[in-house]
Design a protein around this ligand. Sequence first.
Ligand SMILES: Nc1ncnc2c1ncn2[C@@H]1O[C@H](COP(=O)(O)OP(=O)(O)OP(=O)(O)O)[C@@H](O)[C@H]1O
Ligand SMILES: [Mg+2]
Length: 236
Amino acid sequence: MIQLQNVTVNYGNEWIALYQVSLCVNKGEFVFIVGPTGAGKSTLLKLLYREETATQGTVRVAGHDLNHMPSREVPLFRRRLGIVFQDFGLLPNKTVYENVAFALRVTGESSRTIRRKVPHVLEMVGLAHRPDAFPHQLSGGEQQRVAIARALVNDPPLLLADEPTGNLDPDTSLGIVQLLHHINVRGTTVIVATHDHTIVDRMQRRVVALERGRLVRDDQQGAYRPLLMLSEPMRS
Ligand SMILES: Nc1ncnc2c1ncn2[C@@H]1O[C@H](COP(=O)(O)OP(=O)(O)OP(=O)(O)O)[C@@H](O)[C@H]1O
Ligand SMILES: [Mg+2]
């Protein structure tokens, strides 16, 4: 699904946000991208939805070589991905139903398909009972569920989430990540960039750690920090 080979991203002349990163993610995987602030997590996700391009190296996503994708093809490519952000990005003047339906309208889906698909994804995220609510009438966790429903309604093969629990309390965060996990179990590849130690440790999924733009760890069933760092080194 994703193949990065020796990818470097420079912002401006010299700032290196990612350095020589190689990463392969197969279809159906669930991956956490972790690391301190400024480590390059968002930059890595932006590469995957072609918001940024690699200064060096190759980026392939779902069979596309993103270095060579013409700009006119980018909007269509992005519409086929599910993207979820920390600040939800909902349209404030539209209801829950309309926020989700909007993602289908822009792809030209028929009203009939919209009427079938929207209730289905709202059911999946546990919001079937609030289709007429406006974003400001919902809690943070509920708003994030709407954003996830909107990202899912086009059946994307790949869901990218940048700090999806950043503004939420611990219990709500865990609920959101469990929802992402449930989506993954149904077959969608899921990549989550996060600072949130608790959920990463709890989920025991693949963890890719970045530090100052370098990929420093890739554990199949990892914790936010590797075990060795959890305790003080033994002294003799
Ligand atoms: N548009 C930009 N122009 C210049 N530098 C940038 C730009 N975007 C990011 N950077 C720099 O690149 C580095 C990586 O940023 P990035 O946003 O990927 O980090 P992050 O790991 O997502 O951090 P956070 O946890 O704070 O979200 C940072 O040092 C940042 O200042
Ligand atoms: Mg970030």
